[in-house]
Design a protein around this ligand. Structure first.
Ligand code: URA
Length: 232
């Protein structure tokens, strides 16, 4: 149960004072009736709340699968670049999403957003060993023997520029300059650094799968709501 004014602040309808004014002015309906008590207790998953004609979309947890476009930052706010949160439209613009595993500015593909910090932990904690699969395009024709070296321990630098031994779980050549790689880790620039270690520059990187969830056929910038069971 949550107080009506607290719910409306959480859902970004304004400051405490602003939402209390909305309630006092009869702009808020609960289950079809005007509610003027700011301390009215309600259960937002069951009670229908309408504010200024907008019905609140509330769930204990909301998970979105986003097809991140190149040039968007995996962040909530940034002074320089468009951020992934900018893509979210009604009714998702009122929720605070966290990103379960970032992609570089120049990478694209599957990004999972969730309102639950616990789910972020379940997806990103290295001990959980969640497998991520990437489609890689390289600058030069890939030699299958070199690609297979990624299945053996190989040294790269991690985010602190310390050396780090890693290996891929699976690799697959798709065409001359394209390959798939699956990892159960997520070090900074890991895929680019692994390919650099075998002599290739990654010129396009697209994440296509996280856990069980294969990115559906949606355009860059589009997203859809999914369930935790779809991923874990
Ligand atoms: N590895 C990278 O190098 N970049 C990404 O965005 C994701 C994995």
């Amino acid at each position: 149960m949550i107080r009506l004014d607290r719910l409306l602040v959480n859902m970004k309808f304004g400051s405490r004072k602003e939402v209390q004014d909305l309630i006092k002015n009869g702009e808020v309906y609960v289950n079809g009736k005007i509610e003027t008590k700011k301390d009215r207790k309600l259960n937002p998953t069951n009670d229908k709340v309408v504010v200024l004609g907008e019905e609140l979309y509330y769930k204990d947890e909301i998970i979105l699968a986003v097809n991140k476009p190149i040039g968007y930052l995996s962040a909530n706010i940034d002074p320089m670049h468009p951020v992934i949160i900018d893509l979210l439209k009604e009714p998702y613009h009122r929720h605070d999403f966290k990103i379960a595993g970032r992609l570089d500015l120049d990478s694209q593909g599957l990004l999972i957003l969730t309102t639950s910090g616990h789910t972020v932990h379940e997806i990103t904690n290295p001990n959980k060993k969640i497998v991520k699969t990437y489609e890689v395009t390289t600058d030069e024709i890939i030699d299958i023997k070199m690609l297979n070296r990624l299945l053996e321990p190989i040294k790269i630098l991690d985010g602190n520029n310390d050396s780090y031994i890693t290996k891929a779980l699976e690799v697959k050549l798709l065409s001359d300059k394209m390959a798939l790689i699956s990892l159960d880790e997520g070090k900074f620039h890991q895929v680019k650094r692994m390919f650099r270690a075998i002599g290739y520059e990654v010129i396009n990187l697209k994440r296509i799968k996280i856990g069980k969830y294969l990115m559906p056929n949606i355009k860059p910038g589009e997203y859809l709501e999914i369930k935790k069971d779809d991923i874990l």
